[in-house]
Design a protein around this ligand. Structure first.
Ligand code: PMP
Length: 432
């Protein structure tokens, strides 16, 4: 396979000498897959040649933008829906509807997979989200409802509206729902063991979980709240899927895994899986401006009041990096924080510079969170003084084509006073 030839050639000689030889195009897979969900996952790792060669390490990006819904979130949406089906909370072709509150890629992934599985989708989002996302969701047949932006503690916040709408949708058929019934689960990863809480919004009036075998319920339309922030299926999609893929693709050798966190599912799931294979793997957080996670990792609190003056907070500020950064703890973030070894703050300016650098040098057209991840790779390598071919793996979450209206819009950036200057990356690389 192409994977083993990569490792074979690494042993023989440096990749940089090898890579310019022309090679026949290899098929990613010679199987016929079943439907759109068969296209999800099994993404290649792509070596970022410019950065790897400049730094003397191997920087490998998991090409998640190749998923059919265009992002890493396809894995999560599929796992959430499959787990709900298994628990008897969703039944295909019964008029059931999946609800989610999301500004980003998750809605597109859910809408895509829902149609393939026989469900409808309602996506609730703030009304300041880029119109192209609304258009994409509508094209995928989702019902899109835009609401006034609000804080997470407000019941009018879009995630809270989605939860409520899911309960109310099912209410006439399945009885009064009780939201937020908590269950404790024990999680074992290698030697570490922590207790986490998951949220189920599908609990009947008596407080017991719906019986999946109740024939009466099977044919009735159901409302289901996907709940990516709290739903443990998000973590598991990465712990069972993305993590093992990376381990196989790297021949069981990863020195560091670098990722941002939005819901936390990616860094927690992949990070915990890799550490369960090799506890030496360094898990590194790339945190954008306005997010509290850097502080949480470094100082144990999300938000340090002493430095609050003049600090941007994510929900108040229009940053150009989308999909990562958060100022509250979620079940999935909770799973991630204890295993993060180091964290870096990444500015909008650095992320923009990286995205332009990658197009110029590698022909890679990536979204804002991928760019943040790669800036963090440089900062981490510099801090550790690595230059002996160590392997860093990161996630290329989505492509630049999701970001035309802000991150990839030079006019927009100019008005926002964000310089577009890829030499910033050369400077980062040149630092001692
Ligand atoms: N990048 C993009 C483009 C995303 O949409 C998201 C999810 N919000 C992430 C990164 C972060 O992934 P996670 O939710 O697993 O932390």
């Amino acid at each position: 396979t192409s994977i083993s030839s990569y490792w074979r050639s690494r042993r023989r000689q440096s990749i940089s000498q090898e890579r310019h030889k022309s090679r026949p195009i290899e098929l990613r897979s010679n199987e016929v897959v079943y439907g759109v969900t068969g296209l999800i996952g099994n993404t290649p790792l792509v070596r970022i040649d410019s950065l790897s060669d400049a730094l003397g390490v191997e920087i490998l990006g998991k090409a998640e933008f190749l998923n059919p819904g265009g992002s890493v979130k396809d894995r999560v949406a599929l796992r959430i829906i499959e787990d709900a089906e298994q628990r008897g909370l969703l039944h295909p072709h019964t008029g059931s509807r999946i609800f989610e509150g999301t500004v980003g890629s998750t809605g597109i992934s859910i809408a895509t997979i829902a149609k393939a599985r026989g469900y409808d989708t309602t996506i609730i989002m703030p009304d300041d989200v880029a119109l192209e996302k609304v258009n994409a969701l509508q094209a995928l047949g989702a019902d899109v409802q835009r609401v006034r932006p609000a804080s997470i503690v407000d019941k009018k916040q879009y995630v809270n509206i989605a939860r409520r709408a899911a309960i109310e949708f099912g209410r006439s058929d399945i009885g009064k729902g009780l939201e937020n019934a908590h269950k404790s689960h024990e999680l074992h990863t290698g030697s570490a063991s922590v207790v986490v809480t998951t949220t189920s919004s599908h609990v009947n009036a008596e407080g017991s979980t719906d019986d999946p075998l109740d024939e009466d319920l099977l044919s009735k339309p159901r409302g289901f709240f996907a709940d990516q922030f709290e739903n443990r299926s998000n973590f598991e999609a990465h712990y069972d899927g993305t993590g093992p893929e990376i381990w196989r693709q790297t021949n069981s050798h990863v020195d560091a895994f670098v990722s941002g966190a939005g819901t936390g599912g990616t860094i927690a799931g992949i990070g915990r899986f890799l550490k369960s294979m090799d506890e030496e793997v360094q898990v590194v957080l790339a945190d954008p401006e306005g997010s509290g996670l850097y502080n949480k990792v470094k100082h144990g609190v999300l938000y340090d009041r002493r430095e609050a003056e003049g600090t941007k907070r994510r929900h108040q500020v229009d940053t150009v990096v989308e999909g990562i950064g958060i100022n509250r703890m979620t079940n999935n973030i909770d799973l991630g924080i204890p295993i993060i070894d180091d964290a870096f703050r990444i500015t909008d300016v650095e992320a923009v510079a990286m995205s332009r650098y990658l197009v110029q040098n590698d022909g890679l057209f990536l979204g804002s969170s991928s760019a943040c991840n790669l800036v963090a790779c440089i900062k981490f390598v510099k801090k550790r003084g690595w230059r002996d071919g160590q392997t860093l793996v990161t996630i290329l979450c989505d492509s630049g084509n999701r970001h035309y209206s802000k991150f990839w819009n030079d006019d927009y950036l100019r008005k926002a006073n964000i310089p577009v200057d890829r030499s910033i990356i050369d400077d980062l690389i040149a630092q001692p």
